[in-house]
Write a protein that binds this ligand. Structure first.
Ligand code: ATP
Length: 211
């Protein structure tokens, strides 16, 4: 429908990322944004590839989607959106927002990102179009101390929260060293990573295990 309860516009958070793997930091961002901005929904949008990141995601789109489904399942209002994977190629947020806008002309959009992402926002393709399509909801992140770019006409909501030092990169490197990631990802995601043997060191470089 066009309107949520009480006749007000539906407020939709959009959380894009590699989710390689999804972790507690991502889920906390969604919780913070929902609570502080009164969102009705959060869309989790796994990217195909991120233009500003040097490396391609390590896990396949299939595994990243499966992990994300496990991570968000059971939360009302949290939904997966696969349009960037369907589109393929570099994932440009402006295109994603335009396609969402075409589907939902009246919803209010809040693009949820870490403060590290905000720092590079000036380099995003068509960043001014992004600001015309959505507000930004920024979650403080450790090391994100640089000055935010000048945002002409954009509305930026800085969410109140202590930085939580968790990243997919740190989780992948713990897994390569066969160290525990307990507490950093939801239990179901941890089990999935173990069963599917994701992010393990290549054969031969792995430590020998007793038979
Ligand atoms: P990587 O370590 O592989 O770069 P990541 O942990 O940053 O991954 P992404 O999926 O690339 O995870 O991030 C998606 C969005 O979530 C980005 O806007 C990023 O800034 C934000 N984000 C991820 N982790 C946190 C965190 N701990 N605190 C605040 N923002 C975060």
């Amino acid at each position: 429908g066009l309107f949520g309860r009480g006749g007000r516009a539906v407020r939709v958070g959009i959380l894009g990322g590699s989710f390689d793997p999804p972790h507690a930091g991502h889920l906390r961002m969604a919780r913070l944004a929902m609570a502080q901005l009164g969102l009705d929904r959060v869309l989790f949008v796994p990217c195909s590839s991120q233009p500003l990141k040097g490396a391609q995601p390590s896990a396949s789109p299939f595994h990243r989607s499966a992990m994300l489904a496990l991570a968000v399942s059971g939360r009302s209002g949290w939904v997966l959106d696969f349009r960037e994977l369907d589109r393929g190629g570099p994932s440009y947020t402006a295109e994603t927002l335009e396609s969402l806008r075409a589907q939902s002309p009246r919803d209010l959009f809040f693009l949820i990102m870490g403060s590290d992402s905000l720092e590079s926002f000036g380099q995003w393709r068509r960043s001014q179009d992004i600001l015309a399509l959505s507000d930004l909801a920024v979650v403080p992140r450790e090391g994100g101390g640089g000055p935010p770019p000048r945002l002409v006409g954009g509305r930026v909501h800085t969410l109140k929260a202590k930085p939580l030092a968790v990243s997919s990169t740190a989780i992948r490197s713990l897994l390569v060293r066969r160290q525990s990631i307990a507490g950093l990802v939801p239990k179901a995601v941890m089990v999935y990573i173990e069963r599917q043997k994701l992010y393990a060191a290549p054969r031969g470089r792995r430590e020998r295990r007793p038979i």
